[in-house]
Design a protein around this ligand. Structure first.
Ligand code: C2E
Ligand code: CA
Ligand code: CA
Length: 687
């Protein structure tokens, strides 16, 4: 910026354009006034391309360039670097005088050289900073061992963790060994045994105790240098890898533990099982596997949300854990499955006992801030080698568990031949059931539902019967769950509706009885996406008054998915059919929750009726139920009335209808017709 020498030249003003940050477009301009020996202005004229230099704002600005003036533009270049341009303003003859041309070129060259140097220095500074940073990242320290004086010199920030005040320490081997965690010392010393040649790079990960008693994982990398076969020195680095170790542990945990419950997951369970089986094989011991599957967990999850589901799973895990001995292995096996490995059991009873304890703790209500949940679990037990081969132990437990579910849940089954057999016969049964409609093996029986205090039939309940060529008569309690499980219930249920309607129409025609038909629906059937469309179609084709049909729906179907259930019920009501709530008293629902559901009839379950004479409290409850039902405009059917005294009791409590063996068992079509003949003599057939 010493510009006075320009007074020796015809140059009066100057302009400097610099490439800013390597882009061509951004240019900074300075003008200086040679006469006044100072920079007159420092103005930023915006981004322009180098080809637009000098900016026209200045070229046409009379105070910058008079008419007589010329501007000499010289690039600032050094080696391959182009930094910008100078503009020198003077009178016309600057172009013809050698001196100003020469000096201005020289000026530009010097300027460029200086600029380049400044640039390089800046970059160098950057590099060295980067190097420092990199070395901080890569090594927390470096070390050097010299064999002649057995000295170990350590540099770097890590040194301060071991009580040094500077980043430099001269530490002897003894002291290092003392810093190392006792559990890693032996390994450390063995890895560095200097009596053998260590040709490969060493790479050790050991724990150390820092001077403020923190555990730190360090990685020691190094190379031993031998001259003529003799160790002269070794050099290497030390790095704090505590965080990486923590991350490793976390990843490990994720891979082998279930994050929700903190239990081992399926992978570690399988590993553990394989180990335990090996041990059991070698020592002639028995192992039990206890597989627990929560009942209706999906229902809870769907109805109350995953948060509730998670809470329940956590609670279950927490309750079961304290029941287990130290050598027993507990894992979360699937979404709602838990499994326990019981090594060397002496007696199957031990496994059964533990399983019952598990069932019991799970049965205790689980609370959250909103409500309480009643959970149960079905348990399958298999025992190696008694009833399962090593490879089958899991499958056997699973079969036993499913058998417990099939028998009504909340129970324990130990795998045995019977279950195995049962399982095999289930498969056969399913095969046969698949063809039942096609082979014409299904039929309906009808059980009359009577008005109380009258011999008059109010309606009949259609009850499915299967007479299998292979198995003979199979109870609906056996094949309906199977049909639900396999989805066959959709087509079978459709058949039931058609068949029931056919019979209704026949009776109407022959006996003029507008009898009400109660038809059971199952959850799977109702939840089928085509259900209501199919039903509408049936009503269209058969031309039946839907008001004469009452669909029986169980409480459990409603709990399965309350909101969805409500929608479906509304659709059914829209079609004009009636709805009965079946098996009331066996499930969880309360009458108050029915308030918002469009039922007309409540069917009180047989088990409730069975308990009646025994406990007076039940009578009071039943009375309350009936009164409340009436206040909700529901009629009440008492199911499973077998004896006179039951009949008398429910009648006295105000039940509207009764159904049961006391009046009639379910009867085939023609037997029912006999009632009609008796009560309604057949009309002469109309033309
Ligand atoms: P549910 O709907 O509770 O039917 C009443 C059951 O109680 C019938 O058993 C009936 O025979 C029986 N029962 C009636 N009165 C008495 C009595 O006084 N004493 C005794 N011990 N039992 C009595 P069933 O016919 O074996 O049917 C069993 C279950 O199978 C039914 O229970 C129902 O849940 C299901 N089911 C039957 N037919 C169908 C159907 O077409 N579709 C569907 N989804 N389920 C059906
Ligand atoms: Ca029923
Ligand atoms: Ca029932």
């Amino acid at each position: 910026m010493q510009l006075n020498w320009l007074n020796q030249t015809p140059i009066r003003k100057g302009l400097l354009g610099l490439k800013d940050n390597g882009t061509f477009k951004t240019n900074m301009f300075e003008t200086f006034d040679v006469v006044q020996e100072k920079q007159t202005k420092q103005t930023f004229y915006g981004n322009i391309h180098s080809q637009a230099f000098p900016p026209k704002e200045l070229l046409f600005n009379h105070s910058f360039m008079g008419d007589e003036n010329t501007i000499l533009v010289i690039p600032i270049v050094q080696e391959d670097h182009y930094f910008g341009m100078f503009g020198f303003v003077g009178t016309d003859d600057i172009m013809t005088q050698l001196m100003p041309l020469h000096t201005t070129y020289q000026l530009a060259t010097y300027f460029a050289a200086g600029y380049l140097r400044a640039n390089i220095t800046e970059r160098m500074n950057n590099y060295s900073q980067q190097l420092e940073m990199i070395s901080d990242i890569i090594y927390d320290g470096i070390w050097e061992y010299t064999n002649t004086n057995k000295e170990i010199v350590c540099r770097g920030g890590i040194v301060q963790h071991f009580g040094e005040r500077t980043n430099y320490a001269n530490i002897d081997f003894e002291r290092i060994v003392n810093i190392i965690h006792p559990k890693d010392r032996e390994f450390f010393i063995a890895s560095l045994a200097l009596d053998r040649r260590i040709t490969k790079q060493i790479n050790l990960e050991v724990r150390v105790i820092t001077n403020n008693n923190q555990l730190m994982w360090i990685q020691i990398v190094g190379q031993f240098i031998y001259v003529d076969g003799k160790l002269t020195k070794a050099v290497g680095s030390v790095k704090d890898i505590t965080n990486r170790k923590k991350a490793d542990a976390k990843i490990n945990e994720l891979a082998f533990y279930d994050t929700l419950t903190g239990l081992a997951n399926r992978i570690s369970f399988e590993e553990q099982l394989a180990k335990e089986i090996e041990i059991a094989k070698d020592n002639d011991q028995s192992i039990a596997l206890i597989l627990c599957d929560l009942d209706r967990f999906k229902v809870i999850n769907d109805s109350y949300g995953h948060k509730v589901g998670d809470h329940i799973l956590k609670t279950v895990a927490a309750r079961v854990k304290p029941l287990l001995a130290e050598n027993q292995f507990f894992a979360r096996f699937g979404s709602d499955e838990f499994v326990v490995i019981m090594p060397h059991i002496n007696d199957n009873q031990e496994a059964y006992q533990l399983a019952s304890d598990i069932v019991q703790v799970i049965n205790q209500p689980i609370y959250d801030e909103h409500r309480h949940y009643q959970i149960s679990t079905s348990v399958g037990i298999s025992i190696y080698p008694e009833n399962s081969k090593a490879t089958d132990i899991l499958v056997s437990a699973d079969i036993a568990m499913h058998s417990a579910k099939a028998e009504g849940r909340n129970r324990i089954h130990i795998f045995n031949d019977q279950i195995k057999h049962h399982n095999a016969s289930q498969i056969k049964l399913e095969e046969q059931l698949r063809h039942a409609v096609e082979y014409d093996e299904l039929s309906l029986h009808f059980q009359p539902i009577y008005y109380v205090d009258s011999e008059e039939i109010y309606g009949v309940e259609a009850l499915l019967r299967w007479n299998s060529k292979e198995f003979g008569k199979v109870s609906p309690r056996d094949f309906i769950p199977l049909a639900e499980e396999t989805g066959l219930i959709v087509s079978i249920g459709e058949w039931v509706i058609y068949e029931a309607i056919r019979v209704m129409k026949k009776w109407q025609r022959k006996y003029d009885v507008p009898i009400k038909m109660f038809i059971n629906l199952s959850s799977r059937q109702v939840n089928h996406p085509n259900f209501s469309r199919e039903l509408k179609r049936i009503f269209d084709i058969t031309d039946i008054d839907p008001r004469r049909i009452s669909f029986e729906i169980t409480e459990s179907m409603m709990i399965d998915n309350f909101e969805q259930g409500k929608l479906i019920l509304a659709e059914l009501i829209d079609m004009g059919v009636k709805l009965s709530l079946d098996d009331f008293g066996t499930g969880y629902s309360s009458l108050s929750s029915l308030r918002h559901l469009p039922f007309q009839i409540l069917k009180i379950d047989k088990s409730f009726i069975d308990d009646l004479s025994a406990v007076d409290a039940n009578v009071a409850i039943l009375k309350a139920i009936i009164e409340m039902a009436h206040s909700l405009n529901l009629s009440v059917v008492a199911e499973g009335i077998e004896r006179q005294e039951q009949y008398d009791l429910v009648a006295s409590l105000g039940v509207d209808f009764i159904q049961g063996y006391y009046t009639n068992p379910p009867l085939p079509e023609d037997k029912i017709e006999k009632f009609f003949k008796r009560k309604h003599p057949q009309k002469p057939s109309s033309p």
